[in-house]
Design a protein around this ligand. Structure first.
Ligand code: CP
Ligand code: NVA
Length: 308
C-alpha cells in the first residue's frame, strides 16, 4: 500500500525514529560531500497554494541532492479542476506529490486519489515536516535528554502546535500550550492526544506559569497564512504572550528558543531573543532539508544504508 506523510500518526514510532536516524546520516553524507543520489530518475511535483521560503527551497534542494527532479506548481487546488482529477493526472507523470494547502481535506483528497505518496508541506491543521526537523534539531542539541525535556509552545494552538502534540505519541517529552483563552487548538485533536498522553500535554493561560523551568520555548506567528484578516484582533489578544528576554528568563537558564519561521520580529518574538545564543531557529531551518530527504527516500521505498 502507498504510504503518505500527511500526519505524524501515519507512521509507527519505530518508523518515525528510523526516519530521524536516516536524516542524521544524510546530513553527515551531505557535510562530507559524499554521494547519495539514491532517487535518480525520480520526479516530484510541488503544489503550493500559499507562500513559502523554507519548505519550497528544501524540497527542491533535497530532491536535487538525491538525484531526482522537481516540478513546482503555484496553484489553488479545486479551482480549475476537481482535486481527484489533479491527483489522477499527476500520478501518471511523477513519483511523489508534495502539497501545501489551505484546507487539510484537499490533502486527504489528493492522497486518497493518487497511487503515489503525498507529503504534507503544511495545511491549516498540521505541519509534520517542520516538527520532524525540530525534533532532529533538539536531538542534536540535547542528545538523549530530548526525551525528558519540557517544551512550552507559546502562542496560537495552530498547525505547528498540533503536529508537536502528535509527536507526543512517538517520544516521551512533555508539551505545554501557553495561549490565550479560545486559542487552545482543535478540540478533537487535542482531546484524543490528551487521552493517550495524559499529563504530558498541558494547557496554560498564565504565561509565567507556562514557561516556568521549561527546556524549550517555541513560538509561531499570531496569525497564520489565511488568517491575515484577523491580525489586528489577534495582535491585541496575543500581545501578553510575546517571547521576550523577560519571558525567556523564566525558563531554564540555557533553554532553547525555537520558531518555525517566518518570524514577525517585535510581535511574537523580539529580535533580542531570536538573535540570542539561545536561539536555534536557523538550525531548525537547515534540518528541514535533511529530514525531508529522509522522508522522501522512505516514502519511495529506498533503503540505502544499514539503518534500522
Ligand atoms: N517553516 C516553514 O514552513 O517555512 P516556509 O513557510 O517558508 O516554508
Ligand atoms: N502557522 C504558520 C506556520 C508557517 C510555517 C502558518 O500556517 O502560516
Amino acid at each position: 500500500m502507498v504510504k503518505d506523510f500527511i500526519s505524524l500518526l501515519d507512521f509507527s514510532s519505530p518508523e518515525i525514529h528510523r526516519m530521524l536516524r536516516l536524516a542524521h546520516e544524510l546530513k553527515t553524507l551531505q557535510k562530507k560531500s559524499l554521494p547519495h543520489r539514491w532517487l535518480r530518475g525520480k520526479t516530484q511535483a510541488l503544489i503550493f497554494e500559499k507562500p513559502s521560503l523554507r519548505t519550497k527551497m528544501t524540497f527542491q534542494i533535497g530532491m536535487f541532492h538525491l538525484g531526482g527532479e522537481t516540478l513546482v506548481m503555484d496553484m489553488k487546488l479545486g479551482e480549475r479542476e476537481a482535486v481527484p482529477d489533479v491527483a489522477k493526472n499527476l500520478e501518471r507523470w511523477v513519483d511523489l506529490i508534495v502539497a501545501r494547502v489551505y484546507d487539510h481535506r484537499d490533502l486527504i483528497c489528493l492522497a486518497q486519489n493518487a497511487r503515489i505518496p503525498v507529503i504534507n508541506a503544511l495545511s491549516n491543521l498540521l505541519h509534520p515536516c517542520q516538527i520532524m526537523a525540530d525534533i532532529m534539531t533538539l536531538q542534536e542539541k540535547m542528545g538523549e535528554n530530548f526525551d525528558n525535556c519540557t517544551i512550552a509552545f507559546v502562542g496560537d494552538g495552530n498547525n505547528v502546535f498540533h503536529s508537536w502534540a502528535e509527536a507526543l505519541y512517538h517520544f516521551n517529552f512533555s508539551l505545554r500550550l501557553v495561549c490565550p483563552e479560545g486559542y487552545t487548538g482543535d478540540v478533537n485533536l487535542v482531546q484524543s492526544i490528551k487521552q493517550k498522553v495524559g499529563e504530558r500535554l498541558l494547557i496554560f493561560h498564565d504565561i509565567k506559569e507556562g514557561v516556568k523551568n521549561v527546556d524549550v520555548v517555541y513560538t509561531d506567528v499570531w496569525a497564520s497564512m489565511g488568517q491575515e484578516h484577523e491580525m489586528e484582533k489577534r495582535e491585541k489578544i496575543f500581545a501578553p504572550y510575546q517571547v521576550n528576554k523577560e519571558l525567556m528568563s523564566l525558563a531554564k537558564p540555557n533553554a532553547f528558543f525555537m520558531h518555525c519561521l517566518p518570524a514577525h520580529r517585535g510581535m511574537e518574538v523580539t529580535s533580542e531573543v531570536i538573535d540570542s545564543s539561545q536561539s536555534v531557529v536557523y538550525d531548525q531551518a537547515e534540518n528541514r532539508l535533511h529530514i525531508q530527504k529522509a522522508i522522501m527516500v522512505t516514502l519511495l521505498g529506498y533503503n540505502p544504508i544499514n539503518i534500522n
